[in-house]
Design a protein. Structure first.
Length: 463
């Protein structure tokens, strides 16, 4: 655990010279080259309090995000397959001691129904989420879940990338997970602050901090090339958490030549019988949250930043501007809730935490393109073997955009043709036309060619 150096991080946070506005401005200017920041530089930016300097920070974060990723926002939906859990995390409704939560593990038939519902909304990417339970969420069940998800096909619509957020696995189980056709493996450290970690994880296998911290090392050793890290903001000081999470990212990059594919930034939301969730000990206000996301964007410019529907629509809109690149939409956090919600059952008895953004995928898509962001349903990299160091190389050199633009636009066109409502279609058609108009040369030709194929009825056009 030597790479999470609590003493060093605390000393950076106490360092007076890192509060110097001139130094902060210099670092912001330097970060324009999209080559990343050191831990010390990141600490200086997290200390910004001056409104003018923070505006500069937000502006440059957006600029860097657009240099690497353009204006794209990748969309996905989580699929909760079981809320059974042997752990007792003080912030989560799935915790073992929550006797009021209705427990449910989806059958393969129910998984099929849930996915059919999501495919009919237009989703192409799923994040499988589950509690930790040796029997209810074992490897065999996860394997069958992923197979079932990939099998669903509705008029050419299907799920093309399945990511997973599960408890940490052994190297052998990670090899199995890879063989199921997994995209990104995600696992959040929750808090990198050791003593806080022990307070929050009273018992159960999750109490083992080191086993969780080294999950990504094992996943990479097992051949899973895209890994996603994260912290649950609100458990300890946000500056400490951000710097520790960046230390984790730098360490993976140094050791394996592959930094994290994504970083997730959940903030604690109220959850049933989860004592810490209603009054988080270090609740993060909206300004600090925006700032920490901007700092992550500048510190690791090549890493995707994921924001979930935990956040309200207004907050999400603000955060898109400072570097978020992936968002969930139309989400539910209890097993079986997609289909059940249509039949209006009380899903809240089974959910993990309360959502902040309740809009449908169609509403989010319309809003996203009205704000000037391109909703992308692309899953091309993973299926064209552009994962791990190949992806990182393209992202770090700023060349990923050349591939992403045609793929994002053609998958968006496919969504519009197949699933968009009247109002969304109108907004999207104008938006797509404007986006194509702004392209040049080979990228423009390739995009037009791909969109023509989609408009001629072809599905899953990518390169
Ligand atoms: N059970 C596995 C685990 O804990 O790693 C994987 C899935 S868990 C359902 C996914 C994530 O939900 C956790 O890692 C945690 O960060 C987040 N979470 C738990 N309780 C939350 C809450 N009250 N508000 C927001 N996010 C929460
Ligand atoms: Fe279980 Fe994960 Fe919730 Fe903890 S966060 S109680 S491990 S589902």
């Amino acid at each position: 655990m030597e790479f999470i150096d609590e003493g060093y991080i605390s000393s950076l946070l106490e360092e007076k010279k890192l509060n110097d506005p001139l130094r902060q401005k210099e670092i912001i200017q330097k970060s324009r080259d999209a080559k990343g920041l050191t831990l010390e530089e990141s600490a200086a930016l997290l200390n910004i309090t001056d409104p003018e300097i923070s505006e500069e920070l937000f502006h440059v974060a957006r600029e860097v995000k657009e240099t690497i990723y353009g204006n794209r926002l990748v969309l996905f939906a989580p699929l909760y397959i079981t809320n059974q859990c042997v752990n007792n995390c003080l912030y989560c409704a799935f915790r073992r001691d929550n006797k009021e939560l209705k427990r449910k593990t989806l059958s393969l038939e129910e998984i099929h129904q849930e996915i059919e519902f999501l495919v009919k909304q237009g989703h192409k990417r799923i994040l499988v989420v589950c509690g930790e339970h040796p029997k209810k969420s074992g490897m065999e069940y996860i394997g069958e879940t992923i197979k079932t998800i990939y099998e669903v096909n509705f008029n050419g619509g299907n799920i093309r990338r399945v990511n997973a957020n599960t408890a940490p696995l052994s190297i052998d189980d990670f090899k199995l997970l890879k063989s199921f056709g997994i995209g990104t493996y995600q696992c959040f450290q929750e808090t990198y602050h050791y003593s806080t970690y022990l307070q929050m994880h009273v018992d159960g296998p999750k109490r083992d901090y080191a086993w969780r911290l080294y999950a990504m090392d094992r996943a990479l050793q097992a051949g899973i090339e895209d890994v996603g890290i994260g912290a649950l903001f609100g458990l300890t000081d946000y500056k400490f958490e951000t710097l520790a999470m960046l230390s984790h990212a730098f360490n993976l990059d140094n050791k394996f030549g592959i930094g994290p594919h994504t970083i997730s930034v959940p903030r604690i939301e109220p959850a049933l019988n989860a004592p810490v969730s209603h009054k988080p000990p270090f609740a993060v206000d909206d300004f600090s949250f925006k700032k920490l996301i901007a700092v992550i964007r500048l510190a690791v410019p090549y890493t995707g930043i994921i924001l979930s529907t935990r956040e309200r629509a207004e907050v999400r809109r603000e955060l898109f501007k400072v570097g978020v690149s992936q968002i969930s939409a139309g989400s539910r956090t209890s097993p079986g809730a997609y289909k059940e919600s249509v039949e209006s059952m009380d899903e809240h008895d089974m959910e993990q935490f309360q959502l902040g953004d309740h809009r449908t995928l169609d509403e989010v898509v319309k809003d996203t393109c009205e704000l000037g962001f391109l909703p992308s349903f692309c899953t091309a990299c993973y299926r064209s073997d552009r994962t791990g160091d190949r992806f990182m190389e393209l992202a770090k050199s700023g060349n990923i955009g050349k591939l992403c633009v045609p793929n994002a636009l053609s998958t968006f066109q496919e969504y519009v043709n197949d699933f968009a409502s009247g109002g969304t279609k109108l907004a999207a058609e104008k938006f797509i036309e404007r986006e194509i108009g702004s392209l040049e040369g080979a990228t423009k030709r390739k995009t037009e060619e791909m969109i023509k194929k989609v408009n001629d009825g072809e599905h899953d056009v990518f390169f």
